[in-house]
Design a protein around this ligand. Structure first.
Ligand SMILES: [Zn+2]
Ligand SMILES: [Zn+2]
Length: 393
């Protein structure tokens, strides 16, 4: 980033996308009878139930709704916390999943921007107030009245039903919160872009990262590996901070230009004042102060993980002496998420994934907690079976 240059708004540089398309599936088919169709799903019935087969009632598409036949859904660490009740009281049954990719199956009468057959995605939110300053700025994730999460949230525009997520064969979402997924990318590997991708893309864009900037990445998991790939695609020089020698090769494989051993004083001292912006993806409590010394004047550290415990205090002196910003960031708005998908299509960026079936979900959760995944599990929803006659949720 050029020192002193104003930070562009998130959508300052719209990227070439695919705003118009030829629909290979014929003219738009609006839902003829708008009947509700249940979905087969996997979810938790209690904090200690693990994930079990469930049937979810999906609403009949309303005028502005898009019904999506889900093909893949990424497994996010948030899903583990939520289903296990680690983030407070949950409504059960709870079907997690907010990295959804599938094809449109039906649309409501008022939908003319999506048609059956379109490849689409849904991320972490399915609604927001649409009226507050943040919503009007296209930053729905910061909705001042609270966005409606893709699962476990009260959906005030749909009878206060609790939203159920993407570990399911279908979902119905208002067209305003549906993303267009480029056809040139592997749809399974696109799924994690809807959370892990946009969560790291948004702060990189907000900071104005461009070719030649030096980006540091702390933590090499689902978020961190996307930060490396996206920053590389933006032309940055990418350094990965790691605590262990064992991750050096993995960081290089992802495209990192350098690796800094954060527990090695020599390695940290050599990185002094060398980095423009740090993307910190670690969710466990950790000391940030050693990282600040590696930032240049006017640098910034964005913390993306939400630790469950207290963090060691930040030393203001470390910030003051170099005019460093310590910031947070939450996913991205709908328009910015579309921009990110189009950017990934242009640069061939997707997540590194391991596809799992419904029967492997519980094992996959245990492996995620153990850090044993490179770098994202994705559920193949064709393994979910068929819905039963009576819905569980
Ligand atoms: Zn997530
Ligand atoms: Zn709002």
């Amino acid at each position: 980033m050029t020192p002193g240059r104003p930070v562009p708004p998130p959508l300052a540089k719209p990227l070439p996308g695919n705003p118009t398309r030829l629909d290979p599936h014929g003219s738009t088919q609006h839902a003829p009878s708008a009947t509700a169709r249940p979905a087969a799903a996997y979810g938790a019935t209690a904090s200690d139930s693990g994930l079990v087969p469930l049937t979810v009632a999906r609403r009949a598409p309303k005028d502005d709704d898009v019904e999506i036949a889900i093909e893949f859904c990424g497994l996010c660490h948030s899903d583990v916390h939520a289903t296990r009740g680690e983030w407070g009281t949950q409504n059960y049954p709870l079907v997690p999943g907010h990295e959804i990719v599938g094809r449109v199956s039906r649309v409501g009468a008022g939908v003319d921007d999506f048609a059956p057959g379109d490849l689409v995605g849904v991320g972490c939110m399915v609604d927001s107030c649409r009226e507050c300053d943040s919503c009007l700025d296209g930053l729905e994730q910061y909705c001042e009245n609270g966005m409606t999460g893709t699962y476990g949230a009260v959906d005030s525009r749909n009878g206060d039903a609790v939203t159920q997520g993407g570990y399911a064969t279908s979902v119905v979402v208002d067209r305003r919160y549906v993303l267009r997924v480029p056809e040139n990318l592997d749809p399974a590997a696109v799924a994690p872009l809807l959370c892990a991708g946009i969560t790291t893309y948004s702060p990189l864009r907000h900071f104005g990262v461009e070719a030649g900037d030096v980006v540091g990445v702390v933590g090499l998991g689902g978020l961190g590996h996307m930060a490396v790939k996206l920053a590389k695609a933006m032309g940055a020089d990418v350094k990965v901070f790691t605590t262990s020698d064992s991750k050096v090769a993995a960081a290089r494989e992802l495209g990192a230009d350098g690796v800094i051993l954060s527990r090695d004083e020599t390695s940290m001292a050599a990185a002094d004042r060398s980095i423009d912006v740090i993307i910190d993806t670690v969710a466990a409590p950790h000391d940030l102060n050693p990282y600040f010394r590696t930032l240049r004047r006017d640098g910034a550290l964005f913390q993306l993980g939400l630790p469950s415990g207290a963090m060691p205090p930040v030393n203001p002196g470390a910030l003051i002496r170099r005019r460093i910003a310590y910031a947070g960031s939450l996913i991205g708005g709908i328009a910015e998420t579309q921009e990110m998908l189009d950017f990934c299509a242009e640069h061939g960026v997707v997540s590194d994934i391991e596809v799992v079936g419904a029967g492997q979900l519980n094992e996959a959760y245990d492996r995620m907690v153990a850090g044993d995944v490179k770098y994202r599990f994705v559920l193949d929803t064709s393994t979910l079976g068929t819905p039963s006659e009576k819905a569980d949720a």
